[in-house]
Design a protein around this ligand. Structure first.
Ligand SMILES: [Ca+2]
Ligand SMILES: [Ca+2]
Ligand SMILES: [Ca+2]
Ligand SMILES: [Ca+2]
Ligand SMILES: [Cu+2]
Length: 553
């Protein structure tokens, strides 16, 4: 069931249902594999992975299930998972721990808040979450075949949720380094009419969260009038038109970022192209509740920060990616005009549409929730809609292959470097101290710095300041024609991907007319001042300032 090799440490203490029945067993799995390595600084020293969460620490889950996971890069997640009759999976009290072990509160709760389906013939609109539901009796039991590499968690006596720790494609790849990305995936399956929905959440080791819905099962509505412009006639059934329709998935994301839930802020950025062809960045911090549209040309994104800050507050970004389809029918359903909403948290504002059905004391849809209340010092909630226009194809019959819709929210400033690099090992480059380059003014120089890297990393050379007329290529070649005589001590940085070394290159440039050597010309100019002391002083200054220093002759 568990793939131990995938993980460094996994602790999970859950009611795990037997896949074949209702029997529940309290199972604890605790596996410790090899500690990973931290190579951010010149080391192959062992990085001790410590478990930030213990199984009993999470007392805030109440009757729901606590889940903790720690990945090989040292990062991890802790959260509670609930299975509700309407929404099905709701993740709550969700915290991300970065590779340095710093925990960060991300979401108070996150779940599907409506599954709205509008048919193109406009006759039929479903609000699946409220008219039917995705949990309880609408759920399908999962078997081991659903969850071959994971664990099935029980819910109310049912085998309901498959949890799998996954290693996937490259977290990052450079010329000679690679890191795989790890994630924790949860899904459950619901049957609503002919459709089967897979409700899916993936939590990545870099802090990214990906909510997704897969629509499968079978097509729902057809018509005997095959000439309508509302769908397609599929193979082997010329007398039936399967009707096209739009699935609109609404997620409700109650971000509670950082220490306090009441000081989160939301910033919208749009980057419009101006008349001169420059992209102009506009930034708006929301002061009141908002409903916003996706306008692809403006590259909009929404960032939620833990508190008001002009520096490095931590937070999450939602940059819509899948927005090729948008359902808008303002006259009938005014909230369909918008894709992103910010509202003040209110327990009875639970469903994006059809809300009053279960919360008669509250407004009916998310656009009504966004009624301009001031956001300052409030607990805020984000809502996001993703649409998919489904025009049936032969491939949809029967059974329909799964149509996936998803979006990602990605961390900002939660880790100071690429999280997947925490496991990489590195040794810095080796550079033998170069001998001085001796030349006279006007003479052409070509001299290469020699450096090697034990990991065979590509090396990059850089010098902040060089004697006038001389250049340094990224490959370490000094070229050019010096213009001014003098002794120059130039710090040169030699970098591999993860570390750097600084060496000093000395240039002894003599004047073109008197090519008799530095000492001779200097001693005449400086009189009784010892050249040796001056050189030492120059060296000290160069080291302190990391700048090239020139002594005129
Ligand atoms: Ca906060
Ligand atoms: Ca409101
Ligand atoms: Ca909140
Ligand atoms: Ca190296
Ligand atoms: Cu569909």
């Amino acid at each position: 069931m568990f793939v131990f090799a995938m993980l460094c440490l996994w602790m999970i203490d859950l009611n795990v249902a037997n896949a074949h029945g209702d029997e529940q067993a309290n199972v604890q799995v605790d596996a410790v594999a090899k500690p990973s390595k931290n190579a951010r600084v010149n080391s192959q020293s062992q990085r001790q992975i410590k478990s930030t969460f213990t199984e009993n620490e999470d007392t805030q889950c109440g009757n729901t299930k606590p889940i903790q996971v720690q990945f090989a890069n040292g990062a991890g997640w802790a959260f509670c998972v609930d299975n509700r009759v309407r929404e099905n999976l709701v993740l709550s009290n969700l915290r991300y721990v970065n590779v340095d072990g710093d925990p960060f509160s991300v979401l108070a709760s996150a779940g599907i808040s409506q599954l709205h389906v509008a048919y193109d013939d406009s006759n039929v609109t479903y609000n699946d979450v409220t008219q039917f539901g995705l949990g309880d009796g609408f759920m399908l039991d999962l078997s081991e075949a659903d969850c071959p590499e994971g664990t099935i968690l029980g819910n109310g006596g049912r085998a309901a949720i498959c949890v799998t720790q996954i290693k996937s494609t490259s977290a990052h790849r450079t010329q000679n380094r690679r890191a795989q990305r790890e994630s924790l995936n949860l899904f459950s399956v619901s049957q609503v009419g002919a459709y089967t929905y897979v409700l899916d959440w993936t939590l990545y080791d870099d802090g990214t969260i990906e909510p997704a819905v897969g629509a499968t099962g079978a097509l729902q509505r057809s018509s005997p009038i095959v000439e309508q412009p509302f769908g397609r006639v599929l193979s082997e059934d010329p007398d039936t038109q399967w009707l096209s329709h739009t699935h609109n998935y609404y997620w409700r994301l109650d971000f509670d970022l950082g220490e306090s839930a009441d000081d989160d802020i939301v910033v919208e950025t749009r980057q419009r192209l101006d008349e001169d062809g420059f992209r102009v960045n506009t930034r708006e911090t929301f002061s009141t509740e908002q409903a916003r549209r996706i306008d692809p040309e403006t590259y909009q994104s929404w960032r939620l920060y833990e508190f008001e800050s002009d520096s490095n507050a931590r937070g999450y970004e939602l940059a819509p990616q899948h927005h090729g389809h948008r359902l808008e029918r303002k006259e009938v359903e005014p909230y369909t005009e918008f894709d992103f909403f910010i509202t003040i948290a209110n327990d009875c504002e639970r469903f994006a549409s059809d809300n009053s059905l279960f919360n008669p004391e509250c407004d009916n849809h998310v656009l009504e929730f966004a009624n301009n209340e001031p956001l300052q010092n409030q607990d805020i909630v984000a809502w996001h809609r993703v649409s998919f226009h489904h025009v049936p194809r032969n491939e949809d019959q029967r059974h329909m292959h799964t149509h996936w819709d998803a979006f990602q929210i990605t961390p900002i400033n939660i880790t100071a470097f690429t999280p997947s690099s925490a496991n990489l090992t590195n040794q810095p480059p080796t550079v033998t101290n170069p001998s001085p380059i001796v030349a006279s003014v006007g003479e052409t120089i070509e001299s290469k710095l020699i450096a090697t890297d034990p990991d065979n990393d590509a090396l990059h050379f850089h010098a902040a300041e060089l004697p006038e007329g001389i250049e340094l290529t990224p490959e370490g070649l000094f070229t050019g024609t010096p213009q001014l005589a003098g002794r120059y001590v130039v710090p040169v940085t030699v970098s591999d991907e993860l570390s750097q070394r600084v060496v000093e290159q000395v240039f002894e440039i003599t004047s073109a007319i008197n090519n008799g050597g530095t000492n001779q010309s200097s001693s005449g100019f400086f009189g009784s001042v010892s050249m040796g002391w001056l050189l030492l002083l120059a060296w000290i200054v160069a080291r302190r300032n990391h700048r090239a220093v020139t002594i005129s002759t």
